[in-house]
Design a protein around this ligand. Structure first.
Ligand code: ADP
Ligand code: MG
Length: 224
């Protein structure tokens, strides 16, 4: 039982075929332990983004089961989706920030939607900005920030609800070497505080010296 409780992600024989008939993932099975930091890699088109999308149900599997923190993702109702999404933070290569809004507005948006008051939001946003190295930037417009800073804002937004899992899809794809290093270090810090992290990247330099587990995808199949 203890071992089962420790699993935060489990894929059981998962396949994904996009219409009309494009196989993206084939018979994928693996587990991730609570608190792990896992790299997901493979060439472009291997199925990395699809796998992450299945986890937060931006896509649904064609076959198999996907368990996230005790929830079978493909069987839950639309009404239960916010409950799943609250467990998962997502970071994208292109940040997906509202460029004409402030850092505070971007990072605090989900709290606003959840009905938190202005004071509470400001307090929590300031805390999280300190944690990601953006102290004092809350009123700066996102468009004014560098790429590295924007990725920090998007990481802050992803973790503001204290999700149990953080999914990062090519989070360093638009960053130079130094900014890449800083983002990886930040993800390491979040992991040390208890967040399970799945980082999808085609960039082998990110994990070539890592002691972390690396999951390899090729043509939609996971290699042992
Ligand atoms: N929305 C979609 N509709 C149809 N095919 C898709 C869609 N998204 C991805 N694919 C295809 O699924 C395969 C895996 O893509 P993807 O998950 O984006 O791989 P990766 O992130 O590793 O580059 C590719 O063949 C891709 O063309
Ligand atoms: Mg991708």
């Amino acid at each position: 039982m203890l071992i089962e409780d420790n699993l935060i992600v489990e894929f059981k024989k998962v396949s994904k075929i996009y219409p009309p008939n494009i196989p993206a993932l084939k018979d994928i099975s693996f587990v991730i332990t609570r608190g792990e930091f896992v790299f997901l890699t493979g060439p472009s088109g291997a199925g990395k983004t699809t796998l992450l999308k299945l986890l937060f149900r931006a896509e649904t599997p064609s076959d198999g089961e996907i368990w996230v923190d005790g929830i079978e993702v493909s069987s839950i109702s639309r009404g239960q989706l916010p409950f799943l999404r609250r467990k998962i933070g997502v970071v994208f290569q292109d940040f997906k920030l509202l460029q004409d809004r402030s850092v505070l507005e971007n990072v605090g948006l989900s709290l606003e939607i959840m009905g938190y008051g202005k004071k509470q939001i400001e307090k929590r946003v300031k805390q999280i900005l300190n944690a990601v190295g953006l102290k004092g930037k809350e009123n700066v417009c996102v468009a004014q920030l560098s790429g590295g800073e924007q990725q920090r804002v998007s990481i802050a937004r992803a973790v503001i609800n204290r999700p149990s899992i953080l999914l990062a899809d090519e989070p360093t794809g638009n960053l130079d070497k130094q900014r890449t290093k800083e983002v990886i270090e930040l993800l390491e810090e979040l992991n040390a505080m208890g967040t399970t992290i799945i980082l999808a990247t085609h960039d082998e330099s990110l994990f070539k010296n890592t002691h972390r587990r690396v999951l390899f995808l090729k043509n939609g199949r996971m290699e042992a």
